[in-house]
Design a protein around this ligand. Sequence first.
Ligand SMILES: [Ca+2]
Length: 428
Amino acid sequence: MIENLKDLWDSPRNLLPTDQVRRLEVRDALVDIGATLLSLPTRIIQQLGKTETKRVTSSQGAGQADMFEAVRLTIQGRSCTMDVMEVPDDVPVLIGQLPLEHLDFVVDRRSRTLIAIRPTAASTCTNSIEEPLSMKRTLLTLLLSFYAGATLAADKPPIYLWFEPEWFDGVQGRFAYHGGPSKPTGSWGIAGPGISAEWTQGGESEWNSMGAAAEETAAECHREFIVPRAGRYKVWVRYVDHRSATEPFKVQIEQAGKAAVSGELGVQPVVPPGDEYELYWGFSFGWGAVEGPLKVGPAKLTLKIDKPGEAWRQLDAVLITDDLDYQPIGREKPPFAYVSAMNLAPGDAAAWRGSAKSLPVGKAWQRPRPGQKDFSMWTGVDADAKWWSAQDLDQLSRYDVCSSKARRRATSATSSTSSLPAARTCRS
Ligand SMILES: [Ca+2]
């Protein structure tokens, strides 16, 4: 319950009828230790008829917010007086650390409830002085974001949004750096699917990448997306980092027509100049990031070139995440929430074979494990069901199971087939 404080004062003095006290019951408030104060959306502030007092820098650092005169806040029968910070209408009512501390609440993550740490009668708008300070601080560290009486926001997994810029609107035609210097076209072009330089680095993420010439001065592509949760985000971009040359481009996220996050990449190296790919090819894929706060709701990501670089621009993948500690590696996908829902490494791997689980494994198949892991170049093995059903599995050697093409190559390379190394016999 949030009430207009002045109305409450006026009511007992017969200056205002009790039923005219402006008050609101909020059922979807968010308890958020990322916030310090009590934050109310503009529409609720207007309904309560509050008056603006000053502008302050918000805890997110980048923006400013308006402060409003105090309200009476009541949660589970406990009340206190609290100043109000304004947030946009698409943000829920946020209950930060100060109101929680004033009301002597801590969050119990397991039961997803607020727990009072002293009797109701003692909960007023004063800080606890009887409680040892160390105890207070310990309890505060336990406070985590959650939707009051509903879902713990902190229990939700981090958000990872992975995008492939070669699909973005505005990417036109093709770009290639390996056919000689390319000319500016006024737009990003599809690049790839790579040559040896990319393949030795694991290749490009998913389909291809996109690129633009060093001399390009005006190219832009974008895509729209939804920010599922308000918070501070990192926008990572996997791109070609040239050794000793710049490849500048700008990353921008707009919300409601305003720049929410923006920054320039490709000016400072993100891969060490001594990196083996940088030394061998003169460039390497690397990840650079810009960071900033995003609100819940629609957003537009733009990748833009507005000045020439010293070498070509080539972008492969974008990752937007509120997991600020996460560091992308190569093309590896982040730990999406669904990954944790699957047990991808069961103890009994044979159970995965379905109807073939009772098939015995031939003794001759035992082989040294590269890097302690079993390994099979399946593309080099014949898959003729008739042939397999006629074999005695215990008698088969690696040579026997190779494709006929691989067998021909192996035979022409050496007259002995009985001691062929796996790498030679099984490469098609
Ligand atoms: Ca890509």
